[in-house]
Design a protein around this ligand. Structure first.
Ligand code: ARG
Length: 588
């Protein structure tokens, strides 16, 4: 059977509803909230009652009568006000199990119509350290890009670096004070400029906080930074040369950080990549009367009459002619529309930027150059420290990603030692396992929450090998691998799956839900459904394995069947872990 059991049941019931002149969608069937009564349930009769003008139990009974005897169904019962409780037949379970075992996607279907989807995520800023907000965007965005690809879309992940804003002018002017003799500041210098960057990434990361503080404290100093930003944007050669250095050293460091996270991008573009599009875009928008002048600035009015809160106009150019974050975002839409022709653009960005994206999307709609593109801001909440405030280091600074990963690695080692995990391993393998455990803890904790809610970063809790955590899931996958090895060593080979025991059926129900979990995660852009599925599956496997041993089962067919179930579980567990960006080691 090539479709999930619950889908097949839903279709049968749908026909029975239709036969009563009711919509087929009422047949929708899902895992039961009372698994002690039956594994599946359909609540359509209650929803139909009003429309049909009949009591729900009567409708339910007619549906039950229509489907009883169906080879898919073992039993159908009416409960309470009109729940239809369903138990599929053993034959249906076995057919489905064997189909899953042959499917390298372990039952997850692909979308009917593939789309081109740009995912804008990560979004670190050049010369500023990557902070935990960017960590969230990176983890969520990466999971979504893996999921959208898995579902069959053509996905383009773009890091969209913040590399064209005020921080550039702030750093340039700070460096001009600290190293005034550098040729970049000499207006008469005729080049060529040095190939080597005058600052390392470590220096750059200390210059930015100094610069930003100085600007905050002093309005004149801030004006200077603004002017430098504008000069950069207008192409002053020394500043451009300097900015290129900043970009290069920052990118090298960011690439290391993202590699450590196992997060990868198709495009390493940034705000600056659309610099040449800005002037013509603004001129065009002004000419078409979409943008207008407002107190010297060029704006697009984006407020609508039915707005509950007043939406300020979208600023294209400030009165001094400088482009803003909004401007580069609009120009990037124009660029993506012309070069990538996407159907959908997803922005995985902090929820505090909701207003910004509302403005950008409205401006894009007005501009007319994005008519075939849908836009979504996938907002996420804040990662807080134990005090409930945005996560900081003890000294109150932003925590650098590399330091966070280090810290997680050390904690992983401590936990592994405590639990006696991987104690026989050579150093290199041990360290690699600890890295995987550390990443699993951080990523799973981030993804298992509803995206939009804030959560508290608690490494101790994330790092345990028990309960709903990343390390537990890795451990579960490793356990499946190891007992499969044992079975293989004992000469067992996987064969036809037969479902005899309740624990086997329960494992199959869990496996069968992968299609729905991945579809729901995809539709809601919500990786937490994948996390839930991985956890349910790991638990179902653990229940299966304690009730249904492989090697010591009495007959060869049962051994072969159970090994095949274990293999199927491993395939699916690896897939779903892959979608949340985790990878289980071979042993630990
Ligand atoms: N660099 C921005 C920040 O740090 C995030 C960029 C998000 N993407 C976008 N297209 N605006 O806040």
């Amino acid at each position: 059977m090539q479709i999930p059991i619950e889908t097949a049941l839903g279709e049968r019931l749908g026909k029975a509803f239709e036969a009563q002149g009711l919509p087929a969608t009422l047949g929708a069937t899902a895992r039961s909230t009372r698994p002690d009564l039956a594994p599946y349930q359909c609540n359509g009769a209650m929803a139909a009652a009003k429309q049909a003008g009949k009591p729900p139990r009567e409708i339910a009974q007619a549906v039950a009568d229509a489907v009883s005897g169906d080879p898919l169904i073992e039993s159908v019962e009416i409960a309470g006000p009109g729940f239809i409780n369903l138990t599929p037949s053993a034959k249906a379970l076995e057919d489905r199990a064997n189909a899953l075992a042959e499917d390298d996607r372990a039952g997850a279907r692909i979308v009917d119509e593939a789309r081109t989807v740009v995912i804008d995520f990560g979004g670190p800023n050049v010369a500023k350290p990557m902070h935990v907000g960017h960590l969230r965007s990176s983890i969520i965005g990466d999971s979504l890009q893996r999921l959208f690809r898995f579902r069959g879309d053509q996905v383009i992940g773009d890091v969209h670096l913040g590399d064209w804003g005020l921080q550039m002018g702030q750093i340039i002017t700070e460096l001009a004070r600290e190293k005034p003799d550098l040729p970049y500041f000499d207006k008469d210098f005729e080049g060529p400029y040095p190939d080597e960057s005058p600052v390392t990434i470590e220096e750059l990361e200390t210059i930015y906080p100094r610069a930003s503080q100085a600007c905050k404290a002093n309005e004149a100093r801030m004006d200077e930074a603004r002017m430098a930003t504008q000069a950069l944007q207008e192409g002053r050669p020394g500043y451009i040369a300097l900015w290129r250095h900043f970009l290069e050293v920052s990118k090298a460091a960011l690439k290391r950080d993202f590699a450590a996270l196992d997060v990868h991008f198709d495009l390493w573009k940034g705000e600056s990549d659309v610099q040449d599009r800005i002037r013509p875009m603004v001129a065009d928008l002004v000419e078409r009367d979409i943008a207008t002048e407002d107190k010297g600035a060029i704006v697009i009015p984006v407020a609508r009459e039915d707005d509950k809160k007043e939406l300020p106009p979208f600023i294209l150019l400030k009165s001094d002619g400088a482009a803003l974050y909004t401007t580069t975002d609009l120009a990037t839409i124009l660029d993506r529309s012309e070069t990538l022709n996407p159907d959908l653009i997803l922005y995985v960005v902090d929820k505090r930027q909701s207003l910004h994206f509302e403005q950008v999307f409205r401006a894009a709609a007005k501009s007319g150059f994005a008519e075939d593109i849908s836009f979504e801001h996938l907002a996420y909440g804040t990662m807080n420290g134990p005090d409930g405030k945005p996560f900081k280091t003890r000294a109150g600074g932003v925590l650098k990603l590399a330091d966070l990963l280090d810290r997680a690695h050390r904690r992983a080692v401590a936990r592994m030692e405590e639990a006696g995990i991987a104690s026989d391993m050579e150093k290199a393998e041990y360290e690699a396992v600890a890295d995987k455990v550390a990443l699993a803890a951080i990523k799973f904790a981030d993804l298992s929450h509803d995206r939009a809610t804030d959560y508290i970063f608690d490494l101790d809790r994330f790092m345990t090998f028990e309960g709903k955590t990343g390390p537990y899931l890795l451990y579960a996958a490793v356990r499946v691998k190891s007992l499969m090895r044992k079975a293989e060593d004992a000469g067992v080979e996987p064969g036809e799956i037969r479902i005899k025991e309740k624990a086997e059926a329960d494992l199959l129900y869990a496996l069968d839900a992968f299609d729905r979990a991945s579809a729901t995660a995809y539709e809601k852009r919500a990786p937490n459904f994948l996390c839930d599925h991985a956890y349910t599956l790991a638990q179902a496997f653990s229940g299966f394995y304690s009730a249904c041993p492989i090697v010591t089962a009495e007959d060869a067919e049962t051994r072969a069947s159970r090994l095949a179930l274990a293999q199927l579980t491993l395939t699916q567990l690896n897939l779903v872990l892959g979608l949340i960006g985790l990878e289980a080691p071979d042993r630990m």
